[in-house]
Structures are given as structure tokens and as C-alpha cells.
Design a protein around this ligand. Structure first.
Ligand code: FES
Ligand code: FES
Length: 199
């Protein structure tokens, strides 16, 4: 059995197909279709999700990284926290979402969710480190999100503006709190689920 969190909710999976991608699991098993499939080969970034893994440098904290879910396997999620664009539906909107709208950075429904998640990962890690990413960091964060339809200027501007803003998740949003993410609902952890949640 593997255990992990999906958007703050504990998941326990038995006999996982070793070839099952995170993207296919999200879309076909969980019916979370905010994460899109473009190339299905790790090139376009439409499928970008964010994964929190225990940070070896900060005990009890998660480090959040953007990942192409089409080429990452569900089996690799054990002990981690998977965050998808579906989690960003509550008010107040995340600064990345707000600035993508205000800067007219939103593109089509395929690339935009991936762009949001790449910038979300950058914002989350920058906020945790108390740093403001420079343009080089912004470009690197977006380097895996491809769109040939238009320009990146408004997207980069949205990232610049978003990363100087703080964000407090709304009441009841357990998804994006760094401290609650690792402990999860009811104080559970992926490896040590709370009593009553154990298999
Ligand atoms: S669908 Fe293109 S990188 Fe995953
Ligand atoms: S791929 Fe979405 S607008 Fe170009």
C-alpha cells in the first residue's frame, strides 16, 4: 500500500499499477480533470502538478516542486503531498491566479493550468524561503511550459507581481499550508495515518 496526500486528503492505494502515471490516475480514477494532457511525453508542461516532499534540510517541512505528471508514476508519491490545480478553487484567489488575470497572461485551457502550477510552486518555495525570485528564476520556473500561440511577457509579468505578494489560504483550505500539509487532516501523516484511518 502507498499513502500520500492529494490536495490535503489522505489517499491509500493498494496494488498500484507500476506503470500508472499520476496524470492518468488523476484524470481517470479521481476525475480531477483540471490537470491537462498535451504531449504525454514530458515536453509541454500542460500536465504540471506540484509535489511536496520532506525537505532534508528542514525537519518537518515539505519542499514543493513542479513535476510533469504524465511521466511521473503514482508509486513515487508515497509519503508525499500532491497538489493539483483543482485545489486552487477557493477564495481568496492565489496571487498567481489573480495576476495572470490582471496581466492578461491567461492562455488556452491546456497550457494555463500548467503555467499556474509552475508559478505556484515558485511562489510557495519563495515564500517559504523569504526570498523574491529574480527574472532568471522566473524563466527557469516557466521553462517547461510551452505555448507557441502567443508571447510570454504577460505571464512573466504576472509571476513578478505574484511573487512579491503573500497569500493566506481561506478558512478550511488545508491544501496549501506548509505546516498542515505534512501532518494532514487529523494530524495524520502518510506513513502514520491517524487512528481510524489506518488500513
Ligand atoms: S502532457 Fe506534456 S509534459 Fe505532460
Ligand atoms: S498552448 Fe495554450 S495558448 Fe498556446
Amino acid at each position: 500500500m502507498i499513502r500520500f496526500y492529494l490536495n490535503g486528503q489522505l489517499q491509500k492505494l493498494n496494488q498500484v499499477d507500476p506503470n500508472l502515471s499520476i496524470l492518468d490516475w488523476l484524470r481517470t480514477r479521481k476525475r480531477l480533470t483540471g490537470t491537462k494532457e498535451g504531449c504525454a511525453s514530458g515536453d509541454c508542461g500542460a500536465c504540471t502538478v506540484v509535489i511536496g516532499s520532506p525537505d532534508p534540510e528542514q525537519s518537518g517541512q515539505l519542499r514543493y516542486d513542479s513535476v510533469n505528471s504524465c511521466i511521473a508514476l503514482v508509486g513515487s508519491l508515497h509519503g508525499k503531498h500532491l497538489v493539483t490545480v483543482d485545489a486552487l478553487t477557493q477564495e481568496p484567489a492565489h496571487p498567481v491566479q489573480k495576476e495572470m488575470v490582471e496581466c492578461h497572461g491567461a492562455q488556452c485551457g491546456f497550457c494555463t493550468p500548467g503555467i499556474i502550477m509552475s508559478l505556484f510552486a515558485l511562489h510557495t518555495e519563495s515564500a517559504a524561503n523569504g526570498s523574491i525570485p529574480d527574472d532568471e528564476a522566473l524563466l527557469e520556473a516557466l521553462s517547461g511550459n510551452l505555448c507557441r500561440c502567443t508571447g510570454y511577457r504577460p505571464i512573466i509579468e504576472a509571476g513578478r507581481r505574484a511573487c512579491v505578494q503573500t497569500w493566506e489560504p481561506g478558512t478550511g483550505n488545508a491544501v496549501l499550508s506548509r505546516s498542515s500539509a505534512l501532518s494532514g487532516p487529523n494530524g495524520a501523516t502518510p506513513n502514520n495515518p491517524a487512528p481510524g484511518l489506518a488500513a
